[in-house]
Design a protein around this ligand. Structure first.
Ligand code: FDA
Length: 320
């Protein structure tokens, strides 16, 4: 039998969709103290405080206002308004003025938070909202990267990003190495000026579209990494896996890239010491900083990635 990336992962991601599980977890008294390990806090100012500390330690940031699967237009509009306020505050930081080179400030956004899943005109609504967000980010001196969600959204998301890049060529996107299609997408999207964040992928996907075993996902990641490094864009290597981190440096060197021609990315609260070590060694490191009240989906994906996180979580609930 092939080794799964994490045998519990599909079960955790499936259970996470149950309203009863959601209600039990969000109400459990011990949850909050563990959630704060992975998110900067519920408010914008919490995110800005976390970002300040990371920037002062030589790291770059990508701030994400948590939200996904929005099914009502009012909520999608509220998400855009929150991003606008965030961008206005980021524009005041000295790090916002780094035109021409790698921008130290970025925001990450899920198109499903901007309305992509709305029953009528979801694509058009998300496109329009993302357009407003990119315009505000351009003015603020901040980059934007569009997160990757489950595979049913990939075509729509990539087509929206392609459309927006005509006006905002710096707009980044995420590709997930567990999808069978991704090596091809890397080839198609590694042209001049493109910014691609390569991650393994965090959703529960069927075998028909995604590799299931850890070995296959890792092999795909390494192939995709080579394509991106050999391409003409700016690769963003989003992984905590030491194998991928080392491969990035080797593959960059092989392609004649310097430390400024790609970046490492890791999540807030995960392998903090390694993030600092890479940055101190001269690598560009960006930390994804999530904040907001809608942390449930994000938190459950982090638990599903690593059985130790789940065990830690359950034990802390049991000992209360
Ligand atoms: P892997 O899961 O193999 O982990 C390697 C090692 O990293 C572990 O042994 C452990 O030490 C540490 N580690 C990893 N996850 C941990 C955790 N949760 N808690 C504690 N330690 C952990 N996915 C997606 O589908 N769409 C997206 O848009 C993004 N965006 C994104 C941005 C950034 C900056 C990162 C780093 C990741 C994403 N992801 C994502 C998530 C990604 O797809 C993937 O699920 C996680 O990064 C875990 O995979 P790794 O490559 O880190 O390796």
């Amino acid at each position: 039998p092939r080794a799964l990336a994490n045998p519990l992962r599909p079960a955790i991601l499936a259970a996470a969709r149950s309203p009863r599980v959601k209600s039990a977890i969000t109400r459990a008294p011990g949850t909050r103290s563990i959630v704060t390990r992975f998110i900067a806090g519920e408010t914008r100012s919490d995110a800005l405080v976390a970002a300040r500390t990371l920037l002062d330690s030589g790291r770059m940031v990508s701030i994400d206002h948590l939200g996904e699967d929005t099914t009502d237009l009012t909520q999608a509009r509220a998400a855009v308004a929150e991003y606008r306020s965030l961008l206005a505050e980021l524009a005041r930081l000295p790090e916002a003025r780094t035109a021409g080179e790698t921008r130290r400030l970025e925001v990450s956004v899920k198109l499903s938070a901007l309305g992509q899943a709305l029953p009528s005109d979801g694509r058009a609504v998300a496109l329009e909202h993302a357009h407003h967000l990119c315009a505000a980010a351009q003015e603020a001196g901040v980059w934007v990267t569009v997160d990757a969600e489950d595979h049913t959204t990939t075509d729509s998301t990539l087509s929206i990003v392609t459309e927006l890049r005509a006006d905002y060529p710096w707009l980044g996107t995420v590709l997930q190495a567990y999808l069978r299609r991704t090596e091809g997408d890397c080839r198609d999207l590694s042209g001049p000026g493109s910014r691609i964040r390569l991650c393994k992928g965090a959703y529960r996907e069927p075998e028909s579209v995604a590799y299931q075993s850890r070995a296959e996902v890792d092999a795909s990641y390494l192939r995709c990494l080579t394509v991106l490094m050999d391409g003409q864009g700016y690769p963003m290597v989003a992984s905590h896996d030491p194998v991928m981190v080392d491969a990035a440096a080797a593959s960059a060197a092989g392609a004649g890239r310097g430390a400024g021609d790609y970046e490492h990315q890791m999540l807030y609260g995960i392998r903090d010491v390694e993030q600092a070590r890479l940055a101190a060694g001269g690598a560009q490191v960006r930390v994804y900083v999530p904040y907001g009240g809608q942390w449930y989906g994000y938190f459950m994906r982090r638990l599903a990635e690593r059985p130790a996180n789940l065990t830690f979580f359950l034990r802390s609930l049991a000992t209360r």
